[in-house]
Ligand binder design. Structure first.
Ligand code: SF4
Length: 388
């Protein structure tokens, strides 16, 4: 059992829904005060069941955490600090939408103890922002980075999005170049995915646009990796880049390493000791449950050995290091090579993966850049092997 745990706090409110988004969030901001009371109650109730695991990362995600006032954020953070044992050097990340903040807000976040900002820039191009229906302008995106610097944050991550229907190499290159000029310590570059049930999905079905051709998309992915690596960023996870190991997202790395985490708020997931659970996906229902002093859990499942194996493969193949073969053997009592010999051979002979048995590092199996462009089908091949 890990002696540290991560905490995720969901702030499920947004000023307006972005057209592509399928995260759980609500635009009724009037729920916020009542919601925060319930959130504090959930934190209090669950901390009583907690052992003495130390919290080494806290992540305020959304939704849009930056719709909260500083006083509300500070009260929430104090509640977490009161109920859990927090490492003195804990990474405390806060997601910011550039359309909701000013210089004072970011300075105040720094003062109350936030250590890392994740700025939802998405693009520095007006047309791209309009297509995504973001609430902020190009100017506000640029300002957010400047304010973050002025506030004294060194650890700043920018979220960017590519693969819009009209995206060209030039357009994406401009976004990347603009971001690089700002020298953030971390970049998350996400491909636009059209999630079922979103307005974007509906627009696509009504033929309002034609999605980008997959070959162009993967070409952009490879170019992103090459451009950022040339600029000194490590491509440490399929969508994530950092200036060296120390600037990786410790919180998200915890997910990819299957470390325990506790998620608070509607739709938040938790994982510990092979048990996964998630909360109900509805603010009003969440508040009701907590008013009655009940935990707002929707479901709990115990992972089988095969599920754990697949989870590990799925998560670790996203990363630069891939699967630690010694760790696999320790966890599952069998070697990765003997369990998946055929699939490994196929992936390696197609130059999409490699087994590396270094003298300094643990032996590992990882995907090459080309392999990462086929991640889903490779994971599917491993999954098939498990059911055979
Ligand atoms: S701001 Fe973020 S969470 Fe809110 S709708 Fe847009 S993408 Fe979704």
């Amino acid at each position: 059992m890990s002696d540290t745990v991560s905490i995720y706090i969901h702030v499920p409110f947004c000023i307006k829904k972005c057209v592509y988004c399928d995260f759980y969030s609500d635009t009724q901001l009037s729920f916020i005060p009542e919601y925060l009371c319930s959130l504090e109650k959930e934190i209090g109730l669950r901390s009583k069941k907690q052992t003495d695991q130390r919290v080494d990362t806290i992540y305020f995600g959304g939704g849009t955490p930056s719709v909260l006032t500083i006083h509300q954020v500070e009260t929430l953070l104090k509640t977490v600090q009161k109920n859990f044992s927090i490492s003195p050097d804990a990474e405390i990340t806060f997601e910011v939408n550039p359309g909701t903040i000013d210089e004072h807000y970011l300075a105040a976040l720094k003062d109350i103890g936030i250590t890392r900002l994740s700025l939802g820039i998405q693009s520095f191009n007006k047309e791209k922002l309009a297509f995504l229906q973001r609430i902020h302008s190009v100017r506000q995106g640029r300002d957010a980075v400047e304010y973050a610097r002025k506030a004294g944050f060194d650890n700043i991550s920018l979220d960017l999005m590519y693969g819009l229907p009209f995206e060209t190499k030039e357009l994406w290159h401009m976004d990347l170049t603009t971001a690089l000029q700002m020298a953030p310590s971390h970049l998350s570059c996400y491909m636009l995915t059209i999630e079922p049930g979103t307005p974007l999905d509906e627009h696509q079905q009504n033929k309002k646009f034609k999605p980008i051709c997959p070959d162009v998309l993967w070409d952009l992915f490879e170019k992103t990796s090459r451009t950022l690596e040339t600029s000194g960023y490590e491509h440490y996870e399929i969508s994530n880049f950092s200036r060296g190991k120390k600037n990786r997202s410790a919180h998200n790395s915890g997910y990819w390493n299957m470390k325990p985490y506790m998620g608070f708020g509607p739709a938040a997931h938790s994982y510990d000791n092979d048990i996964r659970s998630w909360n109900i996906r509805d603010v009003a229902g969440y508040i009701c449950k907590l008013e009655a002093e009940h935990l707002p859990v929707e479901e709990t499942e115990a992972l089988t050995l095969d599920q754990k194996m697949l989870e590990m493969i799925m998560l670790r193949l996203r990363t630069l290091e891939g699967i630690d073969l010694e760790d696999f053997k320790r966890r599952f009592g069998i070697t990765f090579e003997s369990r998946f010999e055929q699939v490994i051979d196929q992936v390696c002979s197609a130059s999409m993966g490699k087994i590396e048995k270094g003298t300094i590092e643990e032996p590992r199996f990882f995907l090459t850049l080309e392999g990462k462009t086929h991640l889903n089908s490779i994971v599917e091949a491993f999954s098939q092997r498990l059911v055979e």
